[in-house]
Design a binder for this molecule. Sequence first.
Ligand SMILES: [Zn+2]
Length: 1039
Amino acid sequence: MNQAWLQCLLISALLCFCRCFPIEYNTEGGPVEGKLNVHLVPHTHDDVGWLKTVDQYYTGSNSSIQVAAVQYILDSFIDALQIDPNRKFIYVEVAFFKRWWREQSKEKREIVRKLVDSGQLEFINGGWCMHDEASTYYVDMIDQTTLGHRFIKKEFGMVPRIGWQIDPFGHSAVQAYLLSAEVGFDALFFARADYQDIAKRREDRTMEMIWRASKSLGSTAQVFTGILSHHYDPPPEFRYDIKTTETTIQDDPFLYDYNVEERVDLFVQLAEEQAKQFRTNHIMWTMGEDFAYENANTWFKQMDKLIHYVNKDGRVNVFYSTPTIYTLQKHAANESWPLKTDDFFPYADCEHCYWTGYFTSRPALKGYVRKLSGLLQAARQLEFIVGRNKGITNTDSLEEAMAVLQHHDGVSGTEKQHVANDYALRLSRASIEAEDVMKSALVCLMSGKLNCADNSSSMLRTRLKPHEGHSLQEIGSSSTSKYEAGRLVLEQCPLLNISYCPKTESKMEAGTNLAIVIYNPLGWTRNEVIKLPVSSSAFEILDSNGSKIQAQFVPIDPTLRKVHDYYATAFQEASVQDGALFNLYFEVAVPSLGYVVYFMKATKTEASWTIAMKPQDFNGDIILDSTRIQMVFSNSTGLLKQIRNYEDEVSIPMQQSFCWYNGSDGNTGEKRIQASGAYVFRPNSSSCFHLGNTSEQAIQSVMQGDIVTEIYQQFSPWVSQVVRLYKNADDVEIDFLVGPIPIDDNLGKEIVARFMTNISSSKEFYTDSNGRDFLKRIRNYRKEWDLDIHEEIAGNYYPVNLGMYLKDNETDFSLLVDRSLGGSSIFDGELELMLHRRLLHDDGRGVGEALNESICLNGTNSCEGLTVQGKIYLNVGPVRKASEWRRTKGLKVALPLQISFATLEEKETNLINIPQYSALPPGYELPPNIAIITLQELEDKLTLLRLAHLYEIGEDDKFSTPARVDLQNLFPGRKIEEVVELNLSGVQKKSEMTSLDWRIEGEENDMHEAPKRNKIMNDEYLVELAPMEIRTFQLEFDD
Ligand SMILES: [Zn+2]
């Protein structure tokens, strides 16, 4: 052999070896003009509780249910990012990140900070969780976002720029304009929208748009919005999780199955297909899935290869990216975008698959969340008023628990039962601490101390760690921690909704007094009637001057007492027999942001009580009257016939009934038949089966009195209600009681309350968006596309957080709710609310359980279906006055009076005459269209204040106008050192916020006029709010 030739062969073999191994992957890159750019966005979707609890997801335990461990995900992607500075990652859920962060060494934290600084790791969305958008109240959405953003700001000095609501099951107007635009997000991305909507958008290339969701704030609060192309996964052939069954890239020619060209061809083909549905030459591939990156190497190693070989091929350009980079490229393209104005409810993923069941799923948990939302706001106010405690008891744990519950498998009701129990336990423990904060503040204020901030000696309780104390049964039990100031020991009764309150029910010696301390978290004086359970009528009520006031004792119906006994026993782990016999009613007047004390004084003789009347005691129709409202019930059926508003001379016929839809059976097997379940509402016909028999009398008793008149109606053995008219109320209060829903006939049931009027609503009705704006709904219609509807009931359901209404030219019929529920108007003139659901099949969307809630007596096998108690408020009146009622009453429902009790011995009568208190100057109230939605002292001595205008533009003649507040009026006796206006989540100066200008189709030549927004007028501390505006301020006091 020729030696020269041999030498040459050897050298080239060596060269090849050197060149080929190890392969250096070129992962550099960025946008290239003129090419199709594919943004690879590595991410993981980590649910803050769903199939496992939030802690189990973090630690990775309970893996027989699901293999998922967020701690290793964080370990793993942080390591993987350090290997190559071109790699990028986004992280979303601060609830998990904070758990991980506190375990990290100083060195590790430094590494992570560098990754954030360099842009390799970016926090997006950045709330505590990825909140639900249907069953969440806007104040809670703001709070949970603020909690996450403040953590990111504090640890990394960073402000998230992108909304990333990839998994929630439908998207709200409030998410777009408030929780995105007003937070300062440049874009909002999500995955789920109606399948018909998406099909049309792919066709029209309108998957990305400008979403201008607020009538009132218009273009000043719009956001670039993108629907993701492949859910939030990669195209299926490019899934690289360790559990994947997909083909990987095999680029070693010495091994079998070399496939580089084939994979590159497929990549290019899929990218080009996707590009046909999107505008500009930038598309996004979301490289992740649920709980992905537990082994980040399997993803990054494959993506490194993809970037290297696809770019070498050159047909398309691919690189590591983030949604922020992607959005800036979309913006730079100077394209015109379609405009979207309403919302993305309801969501369906196939013909018979409307995700409208979860609007109501777990109504008791939804009620608990709403109730604690009110407690948190009130406790925070009092914490601010007395000064945030230097000790350890504060409102932080309730803030955190509430933030966890906002998750899209939390308050939505789509989690497994054991997870729902864990959520309730978190709320319960945290609420005890918040109650302590509230009680100690009240005691301090009542003791007349000048400086309650120094009251730390009264903070006897140490914060419970999760493994200490309180059992599950303590959920809802009377909170017993005690604070003393003088001899005043305050307690609360969390189970007042079922008329259970040991403090007021227990026998009291004649001469003993019970002090009733009532706190009002609103900026307006409030006149309301209080209802307390008592075991006898040997009491009188004294006002804060010690003068006797009118009281009314109303016997509690035996059916309600049974519920009371069963639930009180279940919660207390002990039999409760001597339950309350009466509800005691009396009227209170409570100053704004303040309290008043009333006294219940035991007497030797019993007072008379309201005598129960039967329908036969009436001649003809049964008529209930308040000074403003009249309700007429048929004497033969006991059903509502008519409602009349005296003040405005409006009278309409109204019927009310209860009925149930039969939830479809189904299976999740190969030939899937859609069942009704935790997510999906699918009645097996449009019939709603009537509850009650027209030949039977629905009215069990009528109680007519000077303060309140009540009718107790029974519609079936498991559906009843109390209809209540207070003397001066302009609305009707209904306490409904639904359950235990029977399932011995093997039929799943979804229970609905229907209200039927003669209002000609011509298919239109209105439902609220997260308790804020009202959106017009039209039956069997969607603005964006020609709706092809296969589920005429479920497909017309919408989330109801605050309320719903319908109207014609003159008359409005509105109803408000005390928790989020689903609702609709299936026939003209009618409104219906779904109150409860009990179902026997899983609906095949992942939770893997039927929604079948039950309650058991501890230590026994005595279990039954869960009974749900809640409130609906009704108002009928002229259209021009309706919104005033909805807004004012709605705020009162969201921020109820907070009541505490203290027993006073006879010798302590000197404690009577505790003057009432308001944190506002004497006689000052907030304007009727303004509310304080946040008043919170932060841990760094700064105070966060949010003011909200309560009306939309054009909603009310009087109140849809700009309103002013002088901040100094809110803080009498304190000197404001500095006021800074911030973005909605409280982490960026308003003056430093930037926003991208977008071109909108059809508006290029039309100068769109943005509504006027207001700036703080710094010298005078006078701030103005435009309709629907929420303004966030950081205050510093000079004291
Ligand atoms: Zn999720």
